[in-house]
Write a protein that binds this ligand. Structure first.
Ligand SMILES: [Zn+2]
Length: 123
C-alpha cells in the first residue's frame, strides 16, 4: 500500500474506532477516570491521523483545551445561556459555547445513535 493514501474503508474503520473509543471513555469514566481520558486521547490521535471530524455527539464531550472526557454534572458544567449552550470544563476552566438550535437536533440524533451503537458494539 502506498504511503499517505487514505482509502475509504480505512477511514470508515478509523471513524468506527473513534466512536468505540469515545463510548469506552463514557463507560469507564466512573470507574477509571484516567483511562477514560486516555481513550479520548487515542480517539483524537486517530481523528488527527485520518483527518476525521469528531462527531458532534462526542465533540462536546471532551475539552478542547485539556482533552479530558467531560461528564456533565461531574467534571463539566452545562448551562443554557440565551440561545447557546455553555460547557465549562471543571478540569481546566475552559468554556465553550454552542448555539442552542444545534443542541436540540443533536439530542434527537443521539437517541438514534445510542441504539445503533448498542447493537453494533458487542465485543
Ligand atoms: Zn479542560
Amino acid at each position: 500500500m502506498r504511503r499517505g493514501r487514505r482509502q475509504k474503508w480505512m477511514i470508515k474503520i478509523a471513524e468506527e474506532r473513534v466512536n468505540i473509543l469515545f463510548n469506552r471513555a463514557q463507560e469507564e469514566f466512573f470507574q477509571n477516570r484516567e483511562r477514560s481520558h486516555r481513550h479520548v486521547q487515542m480517539a483524537r490521535d486517530i481523528a488527527q491521523k485520518y483527518n476525521l471530524k469528531i462527531e458532534p455527539t462526542w465533540n462536546r464531550r471532551y475539552c478542547k483545551n485539556c482533552h479530558k472526557f467531560l461528564q456533565p454534572g461531574t467534571n463539566s458544567q452545562v448551562r443554557l445561556k440565551n440561545s447557546s449552550v455553555e460547557i465549562k470544563c471543571l478540569e481546566c476552566g475552559e468554556i465553550r459555547r454552542i448555539p442552542y438550535t444545534r443542541e436540540k437536533k443533536e439530542k434527537r440524533r443521539r437517541k438514534i445513535e445510542f441504539h445503533t451503537i448498542k447493537k453494533g458494539n458487542n465485543e
